[in-house]
Design a protein around this ligand. Structure first.
Ligand code: ZN
Length: 275
């Protein structure tokens, strides 16, 4: 039996908070959570020294960390990022690329593949998230407009040939060919996410029906209510709220969106649909 005891920690469980407690893990499964230290035999013991003990965070959109960027496209960068995130409590990450050339993409895929087999100390590398290049130029945000383009089947088929690790893809659903692309990617098991999009609400509903079920950094680089020829139209933001099943991502650093908007998102979408 492989037994680990973590003691002397502030323990956060889904149900309660324990000021000073212990956790026992047997063969990789938590077998006991206690508000006080418990005697255990033959266990590897870890003194949490009053620090928090909580489930690991899962970050499904990260570009780097610890001075590294996934666009460095090196094994060293991938491992460096994974180890940095692990140090701060994130146990799984989805490395995210930027809108770039296909050569750069391929290099980053290659680095991911190698890093995944060598990653023993870092956060788990779950799979790759492609942020771009199929975006709306009107909502480019920090994406390089040079590489923004409409989806071409020939191109995305090739991208999927280069990597089996793609698990999420952010795109603008209103651009030409986006819904065909979405259905294709969904068949590959990819989470399709609306990002850098200037779509009106109607188009978002259609996108949702075709498999776009997530929103990339809600409020950042996307449409809200707008006036076209004297009429008002909802945008991606309003649709994200209106479509109950749509899940949303927020950059909850208090800088990209202020505290009151974070509260609004949380109030409407709740914890199970906000990441
Ligand atoms: Zn972005």
């Amino acid at each position: 039996m492989d037994r680990i005891k973590i003691f002397n920690g502030k323990i956060i469980t889904p149900y309660r908070f324990l000021e000073r407690g212990a956790i026992i893990i047997e063969n990789g499964i938590i077998s006991c959570v206690s508000g006080e230290d418990v005697p255990v035999q033959d266990a590897v013991t870890i003194d949490a020294r009053g620090h928090y003990v909580a489930p690991g965070f899962i970050d499904i959109h990260t570009h780097g960390g610890g001075g590294f960027d996934f666009m460095d496209a090196t094994v060293e960068a991938y491992l460096g990022v994974a180890e940095t995130h692990a140090r701060y409590g994130t146990t799984s990450i989805v490395p995210t690329t930027l809108t770039c050339t296909n050569e750069e993409l391929q290099q980053s895929f290659e680095a991911f593949r190698k890093a995944k087999t060598l990653n023993h100390k870092g956060a788990d590398l779950m799979g790759i998230h492609l942020e771009g290049p199929y975006f709306s130029p009107e909502q480019k945000g920090a994406q390089d407009p040079k590489y923004i383009r409409i989806p071409s089947k020939e191109e995305y088929e090739r991208i999927f040939e280069w990597s089996d690790d793609i698990i999420r893809w952010s795109a603008a659903p209103e651009i030409e060919g986006a819904l065909d692309f979405c259905r294709y990617a969904r068949e590959k098991g990819v989470l399709m996410s609306i990002g850098h999009s200037d779509a009106i609400g109607e188009r978002v509903t259609e996108a949702f029906e075709n498999g776009f079920t997530h929103i990339t950094h809600l409020y950042s680089a996307m449409s809200g209510v707008k006036r076209i020829n004297g009429l008002r139209y909802s945008g991606v933001i309003e649709s994200a709220f209106l479509i109950d099943e749509m899940t949303v991502e927020i950059i909850a650093d208090g800088i990209h969106i202020p505290a009151d908007l974070l509260s609004l998102v949380y109030k409407i979408k709740g914890p199970s649909r906000t990441s």
